[in-house]
Design a protein around this ligand. Structure first.
Ligand SMILES: [Zn+2]
Length: 225
């Protein structure tokens, strides 16, 4: 597929298996590719449940060619020091978006100087995954399960809905089952930066995660099809 853009995954989105699966498997049939760094993978593995399959083992077993080189963060101003290596590695690899649960630790000045955005997985996936991709990923996750939920509907309702409520809501009519309630402590901030989450074009304004062309138009300004 031509023109697939590269998206960097922060360590915290590699840990939950459903989020990781949606990003990695979803990328195969979507308009993006994913990457992460070796130090991000090590950081994620330190936080994985002891019985969970190690991310590095999965990467090797499935032949994911995703690792990008580490970079020294130079001249960063307002990003948390522990996140600066992620920003530097992502930028050096050519990624314009970082998918992360941790928006607030990435500084606006650094995002502006690198012309990048950070975006929560729920917003990213609900913007970029197509209905066919979503169903394919649920089928793949269900096929690999030995514990419940092990049907696409069960994963959608019990695992996606609590963790990624906007994504589950977007496809609520695709899999016609009641959705589990969103988990407590929903993130206050889901986007920060200077790239549109949809087309990745540069945007001067920060008031919306989508550029003017990618925003759904209001009914009274919808163009005739
Ligand atoms: Zn756009």
């Amino acid at each position: 597929m031509p023109g697939k853009s590269l998206v960097y995954l922060d360590a915290n989105v590699l840990i939950p298996s459903v989020t990781r699966g949606l990003l990695i498997i979803g990328a195969l049939t979507s308009d993006f590719r994913v990457c992460w760094s070796g130090f991000g993978e090590a950081e994620a593995e330190r936080h994985q449940h002891e019985r969970a399959a190690k991310i590095s083992d999965l990467r090797i077993r499935f032949g994911w060619e995703v690792l990008v080189p580490e970079m020294d963060p130079a001249d960063m101003e307002d990003t948390d020091p522990k996140d600066q290596p992620h920003l530097a590695a992502a930028h050096a690899a050519g990624a314009r978006l970082i998918v992360t649960e941790n928006i607030k630790d990435f500084g606006l000045a650094d995002l502006a100087s690198l012309s990048m955005s950070v975006v929560a997985p729920d917003l990213f996936l609900s913007t970029r995954l197509t209905e066919n991709s979503y169903v394919d990923v649920l089928d793949a996750l269900a096929a690999g399960r030995t514990r419940d939920p092990r049907t696409p509907e069960g994963i959608h309702s019990q695992e996606v809905a609590p963790r990624l409520p906007a994504l589950a809501e977007k496809f609520v009519s695709t899999l016609d089952v009641p959705l589990g309630a969103p988990a407590k402590g929903a993130m206050a901030e889901i986007f920060r930066g200077y790239r549109c989450v949809c087309c990745e074009d540069e945007m001067p304004n920060l008031d919306h995660p989508l550029c003017g062309s990618c925003r759904p138009s209001a009914p009274d300004e919808a163009s005739p099809s």
